[in-house]
Design a protein around this ligand. Structure first.
Ligand SMILES: Cc1ncc(COP(=O)(O)O)c(C=O)c1O
Length: 369
């Protein structure tokens, strides 16, 4: 029995494939999730749960909608709670993109974007980023102009896999270009609150249109809760809410209660997360300076370093050598799009001692590729 034709281009994530085949003592610098413990408010909320574990409303628990709305300065009605922000991405793609439609996705960019566009039967339209992988309005517009059937566009800053940000002016220009064409703009801001410096601009600061995605998976340190959200005008969210309701009914109640405890304690939880990030960045940047000979520049947020491959390296065989001979798992940049071909993504979200060890193990492959 063959699967549906729209799955023809769908492949398992190379990130998982590389991690799963790794030697037992390999340093994991591949997966994109915080390596620190679940913050205390969530641990206490999970331990304290009692009573019926009911489904709850499709859009999520009203008190969590309220708390997420308050965090973003939005009314609760403009918050759709989902099974991770990936649940929101899936539901939005199903709600707004269909066969023949184009979905603009950053290249390089989060690999779920093109996959979810395809699952909706739509066509991903990769757009190029600027020289430092920041959002570049001219390159975005060029891709939009060449895609007459575009219905939806995704921007992501701070970006996965590059850590790059974008300027408020660039975001405003992109929002205007989408508004002019009637294209739904989705700004994935899941890494925005996990940063060493100033916050990246939010789409909400430049337009009342469009949708912003957030999640407890990164800055609130709780990827396994699977709670995220889409923020936007209620009529815009309504079709996605319908899809999401048929997908999962509602996000898991216990997870939402734990997420509620985290979001209510955002001030403490996010300050601690930034300290976890700072310690890991120092471990990474210090080891990098020692073994690669120069200190890297930090990104706009998140926990990824985007490293150029040694000249002439064949990406996949090189990453397999790093894994099997060097015993470090990294992700080849081409997993994130053709324009990522000459890079690897390193994640420094794990334990600082392991990060230092990972960088030390990687360095010889750059000095003698
Ligand atoms: C850019 C980006 N968006 C969305 C997600 C999905 O996160 P979640 O579904 O855990 O909220 C990820 C996960 O790695 C990501 O990197």
């Amino acid at each position: 029995m063959n699967p549906a034709a729209r799955l023809a281009h769908l492949r398992p994530s190379p990130i998982r494939a590389l991690s799963e085949g790794a030697p037992a003592d390999a340093v994991p610098m591949g997966l994109g999730e915080p390596g620190w413990d679940l913050p205390a408010p969530a641990v206490e909320a999970l331990a304290g749960f009692s009573g019926p574990c009911a489904y709850g409303p499709n859009a999520g628990l009203p008190e969590l909608q309220e708390a997420v709305g308050a965090f973003h300065g939005a009314p609760a009605a403009e918050v759709l709670l989902t099974a991770g922000s990936q649940g929101a991405l899936f539901a939005l793609a199903q709600a707004y993109a269909g066969p023949g439609d184009g979905v603009l996705v950053p290249d390089p960019g989060f690999l779920a974007y093109p996959a979810l566009a395809r699952v909706a039967g739509a066509e991903p339209v990769p757009y190029a980023l600027g020289p430092g992988f920041e959002l570049d309005p001219d390159r975005f517009r060029a891709a939009l102009d060449a895609a007459p059937r575009a219905r939806m566009a995704l921007v992501n800053h701070p970006g996965n896999p590059t850590g790059a940000g974008c300027s408020r002016a660039a975001l405003a220009e992109v929002a205007e270009a989408c508004a002019r064409r009637g294209v739904l703009l989705i700004s994935d801001e899941v890494y925005r609150d996990l940063r060493l410096g100033e916050p990246a601009p939010s789409l909400r600061e430049v337009t009342g249109d469009g949708i912003v995605l957030g999640s407890v998976s990164k800055a609130w340190g709780a990827p396994g809760l699977r709670v995220g959200w889409a923020l936007g005008a209620a009529p815009l969210l309504a079709p996605a809410r319908l899809v999401h309701a048929y997908m999962v009914t509602a996000p898991a109640r216990t997870s939402q209660l734990a997420a509620l405890a985290l979001v209510r304690e955002s001030e403490t939880v996010l300050a601690q997360a930034r300290e976890h990030l700072r310690v890991r960045w120092e471990a990474f940047a210090g080891a990098f300076a020692q073994h690669f000979g120069h200190r890297p520049a930090p990104g706009a947020g998140g926990f990824y370093h985007w490293l150029a491959l040694p000249p002439g390296a064949d990406p996949m065989p090189f990453c397999l050598r790093l894994r099997d001979e060097g015993r470090v798992v990294v992700v080849p940049g081409q997993a994130f799009g053709d324009r990522g071909r000459d890079f690897v993504r390193l994640s420094y979200a794990g334990h600082p001692a392991l990060i230092r060890e990972g960088v030390a193990r990687l360095a010889p492959f750059w000095s003698q590729p």
